[in-house]
Design a protein around this ligand. Sequence first.
Ligand code: ZN
Length: 160
Amino acid sequence: MEIAADRVVLIHYTLKGDDGAVIDSSAGAEPLAYIQGHGNLVLGLEKALEGKQDGDKITVSVAPIDGYGVHNAALIQRVPKRSMQGSGEIKKGMQFQAQTDDGMRLFTVTAVVGDMVTLDGNHPLADKTLNFDVEVVSVRDATAEELEHGHVHGAGGHHH
Ligand code: ZN
């Protein structure tokens, strides 16, 4: 079966940076399950997989614009510690979800100086070209319930 919108796809993948270092991989674990056409994967990878079938292997290089975005200086903010009450002690490397104009976004604390905290809302892989090696494991139609929930049930997906 070909990969098309509203189909459940299981893939094994390895993601490498431009230096060849492995950033993430499903090797040795369950394949990743996602629904095609629902923005579950970065756009460039979803586009490259459209029309592929079980057993196909592809290598694709995804530019930042179709990946995790380009670095945006406006997403770096300095806020006073007191505005982050209830978070306990704030340390470099901590991450917080926060509401923005574009929806929920993950912010990473990149510096704590005196009473000021620097938060960076850029994805850690922003500005990076993503080099994927992907093997399509299986393709099937999504169930009505999966489409309603927006995620895969069963193998590689949600169990609830
Ligand atoms: Zn569900």
